[in-house]
Write a protein that binds this ligand. Structure first.
Ligand code: SF4
Ligand code: SF4
Length: 180
């Protein structure tokens, strides 16, 4: 049987109505991730980017999410207050179809890491620097599936072997061991 244990889930809530497009979040994020830390500023290296339409007073902060090796087949079109946005405008992925969320020199993908550091920050930098309070940091405890106990593994493997036969199970384990 799998045993659940608590894990902390961190998130940042975005209130687009409060964002004024100042881009302080981009500045501090890129500075925090500079090497060495705080040695420079380049918003192109930030893990948060603000989509700005000053004439329509629309500002939408977008956090860098997962890297994807292939662009997606379907695209979304957004219209906000009558203004049409280009496809992919609010997507969080670092993807081959655009330059957003890529390290400008190397092209390596960028992803928000919640300002992981030692000691842990009380709040991520972009949240601290957002004077408009458009970014709100939240933590919650969730139950996570823990690694199975050894006896649980025995039962699980036996069930698979009963279905597929031991030779196939051993073959698969050998294959996985070679990849590890
Ligand atoms: S710091 Fe806050 S108000 Fe300024 S652009 Fe970023 S999210 Fe918007
Ligand atoms: S949480 Fe940290 S890493 Fe993520 S966007 Fe904000 S400043 Fe950048």
């Amino acid at each position: 049987m799998m045993r659940a244990k608590a894990k902390t889930v961190k998130s940042i809530k975005i209130d687009v109505d409060k964002c004024n497009g100042c881009r302080a979040c981009e500045v501090i994020c890129s500075s925090f991730h500079a090497a060495p830390r705080f040695s420079g500023v380049n918003p192109a290296r930030a893990r948060i980017r603000v989509i700005r339409e000053p004439l329509a007073d629309i500002y939408v902060p977008v956090f860098a999410g997962e890297y994807t090796a292939a662009e997606c087949a379907g695209r979304d079109k957004y219209t906000i207050d009558g203004k049409e946005y280009e496809e992919c405008a609010f997507c969080r992925a670092s993807c081959p179809s655009r330059d957003l969320f890529k390290e400008p020199d190397s092209g390596l993908p960028l992803k928000c890491d919640m300002c992981e550091s030692d000691p842990t920050l009380e709040e991520p930098w972009c949240v601290q620097w957002c004077l408009a309070k458009a970014l709100v940091y939240e933590e919650r405890e969730e139950e996570a599936a823990a690694a199975p106990e050894v006896e649980d593994l025995d039962v699980g493997i036996e069930a698979i072997a009963n279905k597929h036969g031991w030779p196939k199970v051993l073959e698969a384990v050998n294959r996985m061991a070679k990849k590890a």
